[in-house]
Design a protein around this ligand. Sequence first.
Ligand SMILES: *Cc1c(COP(=O)(O)O)cnc(C)c1O
Length: 387
Amino acid sequence: MNDASDKELNMETRVVHAGHPEPRIERAAVMPVFQCTVYEQKDDDASYFDVRYPRLNNLPGHAALARRLASLEGAEDALVCSSGMAAICTTLMTLLRDGGHLLVQDQLYGGTHSFLVKHLKSFGMDCDFISADDPGAWNSKLKPNTRAIYVETMTNPLLRVIDHRAIVDFAREHELVSVIDNTFATPVNFRPAEFGYDLSLHSATKYLNGHSDLVAGAVIGNAKHVGAVGSLLAILGGTLEPHGCFLLDRGIKTLVLRVRHQNANALVLTKHLEKHPAVACVNYPGLEKHPDHALARELFDGFSGMFSFELTGGTEAAKKCIKRLRLPIHGPSLGGPETLVTRPATSSHAGLTAQERKDLGIADGLIRVSVGIESVEDLIRDFDAAL
Ligand SMILES: *Cc1c(COP(=O)(O)O)cnc(C)c1O
């Protein structure tokens, strides 16, 4: 099965088979690793771009992954690269080249935020932040050179969900390229192309690889835009090396199993914590109390494996709880098989002042959880003991 557009097949099947070359290379069931930087030139007239070279993103492993990712999100094309930040920065530099302007959601992954506020201007590009809650104000931020609008599927760490249909409609109306960081949702829970997004970006370091042992990224979407990002990527050099392709190919085959299990674990665990007397609040779009629950139900196939919660005892209680948890690892990042806990005040949002965090609704005692694939009964017992 090598037809990435084969919509007859379910996602569970495509995540294993889509994009695999036919005939199979040396009849190998698994995509071989092309750990080689030199390839013989066909003849003297062959174009430079016809020659295989890992940085040019044209190894069989790159192509197989690209076809599979495009198939999973129902998009035309895709590419893999060396990190999520390589996907994000290369995409923004492609779209905003020659002095473009970007509208961007005000709550963002830290690395993306840093790139926009610390570096974008030095490249002659610019951006303005928009609030997802206030679509009426987006118009006033438009400039003649506004080229794109950039959002994340769910915010970190409060898991707020914006109306993605409104973003795409606004982008179409004003001829902007619509871009979304879909890392938290994965194609299992949300497929941006189906809602009309032009480009979907991933830190494949997280759920797509899913084993906490690889840094990689992906750009998925319209062939025209993915092609343009790919040309710049081949020059900037943020391409995925051959062994990384192998690891991502292996990791992604269990994506559907892992993410569905993580969705289910997170729902059971958050429903349990919500009722716990030591817990002040739980932020998870799967809970009826979450302000965006209805929207998340309409947009998503699952509510993700990410949630955050606060304790009635505040920061001191949070520190104690993290110390007492035996199964979850105290560490940043997300999307692996093991449950992770982190306090955003000391990790993802440590760069902000306490007041800035408070304005965003991020208490210093807030604990963020990336739920793993462990037994949820064991997780519940461990959280109960720690609380
Ligand atoms: C981790 C992450 C990134 C950056 O990805 P890297 O692979 O670390 O470069 C971007 N966006 C989101 C939402 C992330 O969680």
